[in-house]
Write a protein that binds this ligand. Structure first.
Ligand SMILES: Cc1cc2nc3c(=O)[nH]c(=O)nc-3n(C[C@H](O)[C@H](O)[C@H](O)COP(=O)(O)OP(=O)(O)OC[C@H]3O[C@@H](n4cnc5c(N)ncnc54)[C@H](O)[C@@H]3O)c2cc1C
Length: 492
């Protein structure tokens, strides 16, 4: 990195996951646009940046360590893709992904997506279907949207589902969906924090069906057709896997004389001093910095910042993470009887299996398995079953194989097995999360030049991290521009 001149501002970004790297890139780009000289340094604990976004390539198989992809309904991620000139490497999921399945009463059943298919489906009893239809007449709660101010109004996802659509819907549909997205337990996650859109729909339209009816009328009126990417979007990755995004961000920063990504730099402590922020890391002491963006997971941030304020210590450490095992299994095509024509299958808790879900990865994206082979990605553990993680890799694989063998009609042993144990996979937004964020915001803003970001707080998806990176970078630059107008020795 170029030596710092007196007119150069310095920004430290802690952690080189997607959140940290996207923020570093955004700070750099906005600095260029505004004509400010800003040196950005990313401090990453591991020997490789990327956090959860790592792609493993072995013997013709291409496996993801963490996310399988991202939805194309978030403009911020697509903007990032364009800035990095990655459009030609973008990979759209196959049309087969429209077919999604649940294990219900021991059978793999397709989730009906049209009202006619839903009525014909044997997934739920007639009574449960009628209860669902009754959602139209369930009055909306009067205290919606107050979870940050009054945590006693913070409903769990399960409570919301049971209240509006019935207990069977909550058990068969919501419970596995929450496992699939968060590795979480619908009885222990806050609806307002995990799925804020649901709260908005109930608040603004009086209910989910009412919202669907009004929004589809609006769409018709505006002349949008069914093929428009809806709010749920289409899953995308890159031909080379999700690491493509990380590699491009790191290369872009490395090519910039005003930026640096330091690896093997485990940050231990972040402190404000008279001349700016200073860091203690395993590769030495660093600083002063005009601003620090803390993008490491909340449990790490608690260690870095806990000494400053009990609000940081308590609230950051209290954000739990779900452990998760991701076991990739490769088979010869002829060794799998099931056609695997779809996205994959999720498993409701009431089925009493260890398996949380299985993605049919080679049906989702091409190039994930060698010719005439198929790739399944099984997930187990999660916050509802952390004890699963206590087993050895061989034990976990044997348990999952014994569960999926009859379901998919598997013959013989897998050709390829890859076990990834995530001790802390995904942050869990438990009831009270929004009130906790409010406290954290209050503590953070009392320290000038300190910013918190990443999947621990306002969205666990890649999209949420990239979107928030833009907001954080904007605030960092605003602070630097203001500081530019004051004496340079003053705090941020
Ligand atoms: C199995 C799995 C499947 C997922 N599937 C999807 C999906 O399909 N789609 C989707 O959108 N999202 C998915 N997610 C979620 C998504 O991957 C994450 O939310 C996202 O990657 C989080 O990014 P992050 O930068 O906040 O954190 P991380 O990726 O966890 O990165 C944090 C970084 O902080 C570093 N760090 C920690 N402590 C320190 C320290 N003291 N000093 C310096 N650095 C430190 C770590 O080494 C790491 O690199 C999945 C997650 C998992 C685990």
């Amino acid at each position: 990195m170029a030596p710092k001149s007196d007119n150069t501002f310095t920004v430290a970004v802690i952690a080189g996951g997607v959140a940290g790297l996207a923020t570093a890139l955004d700070v750099r780009d906005r600095a260029r646009d505004s004509g400010l000289d800003v040196q950005v340094t990313v401090f990453e604990k591991d020997s490789e940046p990327g956090g959860n976004l790592q792609t493993i390539r072995q013997d013709g198989w291409q496996l993801e360590w963490g996310p399988n992809g991202f939805l194309d309904n978030e403009p911020a991620t697509l903007r990032l893709v364009d800035r990095l000139e990655l459009r030609d490497k973008l990979q759209r999921s196959s049309d087969a992904t429209a077919h999604r399945f649940l294990l219900v009463n021991g059978r793999i059943q397709e989730i009906p997506i049209t009202p006619k298919a839903f009525l014909k489906s044997s997934m739920m009893s007639t009574g449960a279907k009628l209860r669902m239809a009754g959602e139209l007449f369930v009055p909306s709660r009067k205290d919606l949207g107050r979870a940050a101010e009054d945590p006693s109004t913070d409903e769990t996802i399960e409570q919301f589902g049971a209240r509006r659509l019935g207990q069977t819907f909550a058990d068969i549909m919501l419970d596995p969906m929450v496992k699939g997205v968060f590795g979480g337990d619908s009885r222990r996650l806050s609806l307002a924090a995990a799925f804020p859109r649901m709260v908005e729909l109930e608040k603004d339209y009086g209910g989910l069906f009412k919202a669907m009816i009004k929004l589809s009328r609006q769409k018709k009126k505006e002349g949008r057709n069914k093929t428009d990417a809806g709010p749920s979007g289409v899953l995308h990755s890159f031909t080379g896997g999700m690491a493509t995004l990380i590699d491009a961000m790191v290369a872009d920063l490395a090519a910039d004389p005003l930026a640096e990504v330091r690896v093997n730099a485990d940050v231990r402590k972040i402190s404000p001093t008279e001349d700016g922020w200073r860091l203690v890391a395993t590769d030495g002491d660093h600083g002063p910095f005009d601003a620090v963006v803390e993008a490491a997971p909340a449990h790490a941030a608690a260690r870095h910042l806990g000494h400053l304020d009990p609000v940081f210590a308590d609230n950051l450490a209290a954000i739990p993470f779900a452990p998760m095992a991701v076991i990739a299994l490769g088979f010869k095509r002829e060794a799998v009887t099931h056609d695997l024509n779809g996205f994959g299958m999720l498993v409701p808790t009431r089925e009493k299996r260890e398996l949380m879900g299985a993605l049919w990865t080679s049906s989702i994206f091409g190039g994930r398995a060698p010719d005439s082979r198929v790739l399944l990605r099984c997930m187990a553990g999660g916050s509802a079953n952390p004890g699963f993680m206590d087993q050895t890799d061989e034990e976990m694989t044997a348990v999952l194989l014994s569960e999926i063998r009859p379901l998919f009609g598997l013959k013989g042993a897998p050709d390829m097995v890859n076990v990834i144990k995530h001790e802390r996979a995904i942050a869990q937004y438990v009831p009270g999360h929004l009130a906790r964020l409010k406290e954290l915001d209050r503590a953070t803003t009392s320290y000038r030049g300190l910013f918190l970001t990443g999947s621990s707080y306002r969205g666990i998806s890649v999209n949420a991290c990239v979107k928030e990176a833009e907001t954080i970078a904007e605030n960092v630059l605003k602070g630097l521009a203001e500081k530019n107008g004051r004496a340079r020795t003053e705090a941020f």
